[in-house]
Design a protein around this ligand. Structure first.
Ligand SMILES: CC(C)(COP(=O)(O)OP(=O)(O)OC[C@H]1O[C@@H](n2cnc3c(N)ncnc32)[C@H](O)[C@@H]1OP(=O)(O)O)[C@@H](O)C(=O)NCCC(=O)NCCS
Length: 179
């Protein structure tokens, strides 16, 4: 069980554009698509239906970005036709000094608790780039299984999924079950 006591999530808003742009300068952070200079301004001014962008805070300090999507409602069609009960997660840490210290695992634990806290959600998907082996390992450690390679928005990705039953079997649903 991950201690998430001093880790909180809050909605990302227009006031976070400079923070996100600052983080995008680092090579480990996925950057906006080329030519999309105003992506964050547009995204954060009025988040799209089915998209929940959030900032993770560690004891109040911005730590990273976390986005939960409902592929059935999200309107760009990024995931293609998808039924109800799925959520997709995008996650990254901002400052390089915060990488590899267990903080992303705590963010992921919060994200999964939030996804599976909704009764109808049966599976969570992630889509790391096919070559991002360290991210594959990170997700596998959190119980995700490989669903298969897919090209998403022109990028070769590896789609991985975590079912509610696998999440619960790993003891991660214990807090919710006790409620
Ligand atoms: C993936 C990520 C959120 C994990 O958070 P973290 O706090 O670094 O991870 P933890 O300390 O909890 O766990 C360590 C594991 O995270 C992964 N990881 C660490 N640094 C990483 C990096 N720069 N890129 C990708 N994965 C990384 C590795 O699997 C690592 O295990 P290893 O040391 O055995 O290789 C974070 O590393 C990150 O933001 N990476 C860059 C962006 C990214 O790849 N996002 C996910 C795909 S979109």
């Amino acid at each position: 069980m991950h201690d998430t006591a001093d880790l909180t999530l809050r909605p990302a808003g227009p006031g976070d554009v400079a923070l996100l742009r600052g983080w995008e300068r680092y090579p480990h952070v996925p950057s906006s698509p080329p030519g999309c200079d105003w992506c964050w301004e547009v995204e954060l001014a009025a988040p799209r239906a089915g998209v929940e962008p959030m900032i993770a805070l560690l004891a109040g300090r911005p730590l990273g970005f976390l986005q939960i999507l409902d592929p059935a409602r999200e309107q760009t069609g990024y995931w293609g036709p998808v039924g109800e009960g799925i959520r997709a997660i995008d996650i990254w840490i901002g400052e390089p000094a915060d990488l590899g210290r267990g903080l992303g695992s705590r963010m992921m634990a919060s994200a999964l608790a939030r996804c599976f806290g909704e009764a109808g959600v049966c599976e969570v998907w992630v889509d790391p780039l096919a070559g991002n082996r360290r991210a594959h390992r990170f997700y596998a450690r959190h119980g995700f299984r490989v669903l298969g390679p897919r090209v998403l928005d022109g990028d070769a990705c590896l789609v991985m999924g975590l079912s509610r039953s696998d999440w619960q079997a790993a003891g991660r649903g214990a807090t919710l079950r006790r409620r």
